[in-house]
Design a protein around this ligand. Structure first.
Ligand code: NAP
Length: 418
């Protein structure tokens, strides 16, 4: 398709799909959205690292052709004030895989979050956040090496559906009247703001399916359904029930429920089976602090996942290093999980870790595990040598504080030593 401001690179080929299976050429065109604020610094540094790793891991046989697409302030400058140009969506529909820096959400004026818009429009229903500790990274835990989970957060439903009625409006009054008079719902005060929390079998099952498929592909040992079903029976409780149903119907060979383990296997998970278990959301926070080893892949609803992702990231270095991805049936958008940190814009100072490891997830998504591992190892070596950006330097003894660009150079140099 012809684009207005987007320039399709001369070299490189499109990723394609055959019967739902992704075909990745050796020279794929991948999209990037630079991002606002610190976006330029972290994207520039990370692209250098990704490119160097691919070149080294495949001796030049593979190479990424980058194609810039626009959102946020850079888009507004180019597209006459449009923060989210339509052709950015079109590019994702044509090229499938990309990565983005953080985007400013303009406050007020009826703007929706650009991140939420991207997820909604492209139907990127799984938000995936791997949380693991890297040696040397400052952590508040005594044994941070026990944290190694991958969170699958449902991205399209729950209170994020935006069905809310503001107190004092005619819509709110009409809805309140309907609830009281026709539905017999009386458990709320006069003048309360009202919201609706939709959770469907379709939305829940496709997310849980993606989590189980991931667990199978990556050799993970369990999938924990995290929910608040003790209170919200027909939404959160239903999510849990649909999860067990799906595992039984679609993955009977590969999975086993904790109930079956207790009843038929004396509490021991049979070899080669993935355990399907569940936990109430509030207790999950305690478990992940005290016994993180008991959980591996987590599948949860949107709001639980939002809280849990940042809380667990804090256990292993914080949002400055936590990576993330939003994935649909075919389109995958990898992203830094922190914001634009505007006070550090163009200071060449911040930690590129979150974006960098989102790129590592992207390389794994393409099946380029060698390049992904090379980055992880070189990163660990760099932290071990105590070359770190300001955020880690202030939590570590005897660290050498380096700029974002210097940190990238160190990682690239260390690729020769891993
Ligand atoms: P933020 O940009 O994430 O920054 C909050 C603090 O987190 C920073 O002041 C800094 O802490 C630390 N931080 C963030 N990124 C870091 C990095 N790469 N390296 C080291 N430290 C880092 O959150 P915010 O100030 O609440 O939000 C600013 C803007 O970002 C808002 O417009 C918001 O809407 C947007 N936002 C976008 C996304 C996204 O695009 N996914 C996500 C969240 C927020 P210190 O001050 O302690 O150094």
């Amino acid at each position: 398709m012809a684009y207005d401001k987007i320039i399709v690179p001369d070299t490189g080929e499109k990723i394609s799909f055959t019967d739902g299976k992704m075909n990745v050429p050796d020279n794929p065109i991948l999209l990037f959205i630079e991002g606002d604020g610190i976006g330029y610094d972290i994207m520039t540094a990370s692209k250098r690292i990704w490119d160097a790793a691919v070149k080294k891991a495949y001796s030049g046989k593979r190479e990424i052709s980058w194609m810039e697409v626009y959102s946020g302030e850079k888009a507004a400058g180019l597209y006459d004030g449009d923060y989210m140009p339509e052709e950015t969506f079109e590019a994702f529909r044509e090229f499938y895989v990309g990565i983005k820096g953080p985007l400013t959400t303009p406050v007020g004026g009826g703007f929706r979050s650009l991140n939420v818009t991207l997820r909604k429009v492209l139907d990127l229903y799984s938000c995936i956040r791997p949380v693991r500790w890297f040696k040397g990274v400052p952590s508040p835990l005594r044994e941070p090496q026990d944290v190694d989970v991958v969170i699958f957060r449902e991205n399209t439903e729950d209170i994020y559906a935006g069905i809310e009625f503001e107190a004092g409006t005619p819509e709110n009054e009409k809805f309140a009247k309907f609830l009281r008079e026709e539905m017999g719902a009386t458990g709320f005060f006069e003048g309360a703001g009202l919201g609706v929390k939709p959770i469907s079998p379709f939305g829940s099952k496709r997310l849980i399916r993606a989590a189980i498929e991931y667990a199978i592909e990556r050799g993970r040992s369990s999938v924990t359904l995290v929910h608040k079903g003790n209170i919200q029976k027909f939404t959160e409780g239903a999510f849990q029930r649909w999860g067990y149903e799906l595992a039984k119907e679609e993955f009977p060979e590969q999975t086993i429920s904790w109930e079956e383990v207790a009843e038929k296997h004396d509490g021991k998970v049979p070899e080669g089976k993935i355990l399907i278990q569940d936990t109430i959301a509030d207790i999950m926070f305690q478990k992940m602090l005290l016994r993180p080893r008991e959980h591996d892949v987590i599948a949860t609803t949107n709001l639980n996942g939002d809280y849990l992702s940042d809380a667990l990231a804090a256990e292993v270095g914080g949002v400055g290093i936590a990576p993330g991805a939003n994935i649909g049936d075919e389109i995958a958008l990898f992203e830094a999980t922190h914001g634009t940190a505007p006070k550090y814009t163009n200071k060449d100072m911040v930690n590129p870790g979150s974006l960098l490891f989102s790129g590592v997830m992207m390389l794994e998504h393409l099946g380029w595990f060698e390049a992904a591992d090379l980055i992880t190892k070189a990163y660990e070596m760099t932290i071990d040598q105590k070359f770190v950006t300001y955020d880690f330097a202030r939590q570590m003894d005897d660290a050498t504080k380096v700029a974002t660009s210097e940190f990238a150079t160190k990682i690239i140099e260390n690729m020769d030593n891993v």
